[in-house]
Design a protein around this ligand. Structure first.
Ligand code: AMP
Length: 277
């Protein structure tokens, strides 16, 4: 496994790989969720490239950029046994050199949900992913359903900008009690960690309600809110029952839908979602 940081190193390493290439973009501090993406890429492609870059432009001024967890040595030890060919770890100066002024913006689909709560977030995500795509030139790129809106936004950008890349979205990997794996889970103290399963409980309750025949989206949102309200440590930012493709809030569920939420447990912001198909 080779590790590179500069664009020249990346280009020459990339040129030496023949056959299909799968890219797994990450911000590091890897867990089983990330590793599931790498395994899937390994199954489907001749070569796998993992990028590790904590992208400053997708963090808001009050967000956790400086304390975002990092452990490159541990990450490399986790990636190596999976048969990854190349790890690209650019610095912020390589991605955004002095005088940088070009941005990629996707419109409507970035407005609701995470886009409302985190202004500018998706502009940072789409810009960096476009740069990762240009640098790596993969045939396929792997993203997690955990960040459902991000996956939808990347699919839209890929179509709109004609990137010849197939976007593969992989299922959410969860802890045994249902908490969706996230690099940010390390911020939770033991009491908060227990409280954090309320997101999964809330989504599960909503899904059961749907499976019993409820199609009124407002009632489904209310069920999710009720369960979240039962946990004193949970502070809800949003709860959504939206159309799976457009992410517009639904009145009635009569097509594929996305149940999603953002909830603070203490200072840690957690997101999770279920798809109703
Ligand atoms: P991040 O390092 O948080 O930017 O995540 C990198 C990629 O891993 C993104 O495509 C995420 O959606 C995906 N990912 C993060 N957590 C999970 C999870 N629990 N299950 C599946 N994919 C995940």
């Amino acid at each position: 496994m080779r590790n590179v940081s500069t664009l020249d190193e990346l280009r020459s390493a990339r040129l030496s790989l023949s056959g299909t290439v799968g890219l797994v973009p990450t911000m590091g501090f890897l867990h089983e969720g990330h590793l599931s993406l790498i395994r899937r890429a390994k199954e489907e492609c001749d070569h796998v490239i993992v990028s590790i870059f904590v992208n400053p432009t997708q963090f808001g001024p009050k967000e956790d950029l400086s304390k975002y967890p990092r452990d490159i040595e541990r990450d490399l030890n986790l990636i190596e046994p999976l048969g990854t060919d190349l790890v690209w770890m650019p610095s912020a100066e390589i991605m955004y050199p002095k005088g940088y002024q070009t941005w990629v913006e996707v419109e409507a689909i970035t407005s609701p949900l995470e886009g409302t709560m985190r202004p500018g977030h998706f502009r940072g995500v789409t810009t960096v992913v476009a740069k990762l795509f240009n640098g790596v030139q993969p045939h396929k790129a792997y993203f997690g359903q955990k960040d459902a809106q991000q996956a939808a936004v990347i699919r839209q950008m890929t179509r709109d900008l004609n990137f010849p890349i197939e976007i593969v979205v992989c299922p959410i990997v969860r802890e045994a009690d249902g908490l969706a794996m996230s690099s940010r889970n390390v911020y939770l103290d033991p009491e908060q960690r227990k409280a954090a399963i309320v997101l999964f409980r809330s989504l599960s309750t909503a899904k059961e309600t749907y499976e019993k025949g409820e199609r009124d989206a407002e009632k489904i949102r209310s069920r999710m809110k009720e369960v979240l309200a039962s946990e004193p440590l949970a502070e809800v930012q949003y709860v959504s029952c939206a159309d799976y493709d457009t992410l517009e809030e639904l009145t009635e569920i009569n097509s594929k839908a996305l149940l999603s939420m953002a909830v603070f447990i203490g200072k840690t912001r957690l997101i999770d979602n279920f798809v109703l198909d």
